[in-house]
Ligand binder design. Structure first.
Ligand code: AMP
Length: 143
């Protein structure tokens, strides 16, 4: 299974913000949309960074509530690891494990076309395993 198949099931919507949005706005969006990370996009729609709930917690712990008024650009991760529709679930699981992050934006021809979270990966992996197990049981019963 690949990432394009996951996007087909979950849709291509990606929550984004501009680099100058204050951290308080990010918190509101994360809570409203019940998600764990937001992609930060620049003027030309290019991916400028990613900010997750972990970054915000760390910033608050380090510097206190004053950071809530600061632009997200000061707290986001700028070296974003992305993938393509052709990337496989196994590849992305490896990328998430090695990088210790739970979100990977999907970029095709320079455009942001989706995002996958570790929750999406686990959900589809479990479905895949269930299908394999049913196929194996059918095979054993009919052999
Ligand atoms: P997460 O597990 O997604 O909450 O993110 C943990 C840390 O990794 C945070 O500092 C994020 O900004 C960063 N991060 C999340 N996703 C990515 C990604 N795709 N590429 C690079 N860094 C990321």
């Amino acid at each position: 299974m690949n990432i394009a198949q996951i996007l087909k099931a979950k849709g291509r919507a990606v929550a984004t913000v501009r680099p100058d949005a204050p951290l308080s706005e990010i918190i509101d969006k994360l809570a409203q949309k019940r998600i764990g990370a937001i992609v930060v996009v620049g003027d030309n729609g290019e991916v400028a960074g990613i900010i997750s709930e972990r970054d915000i917690i760390r910033r608050l712990a380090e510097r206190g509530e004053a950071v809530l008024k600061e632009p997200v650009a000061q707290s986001m991760t700028t070296s974003v690891i992305s993938c393509q529709g052709t990337s496989t679930l196994d590849e992305i699981m490896e990328v998430m494990t090695q990088g210790r992050f739970r979100h990977v934006p999907v970029i095709e021809d320079g455009a942001l076309v989706g995002i996958v979270s570790i929750g999406d990966i686990v959900k589809h992996r479990v479905q895949e395993m269930e299908r394999d197990s049913v196929a194996m049981r059918d095979y054993i019963l009919t052999a």
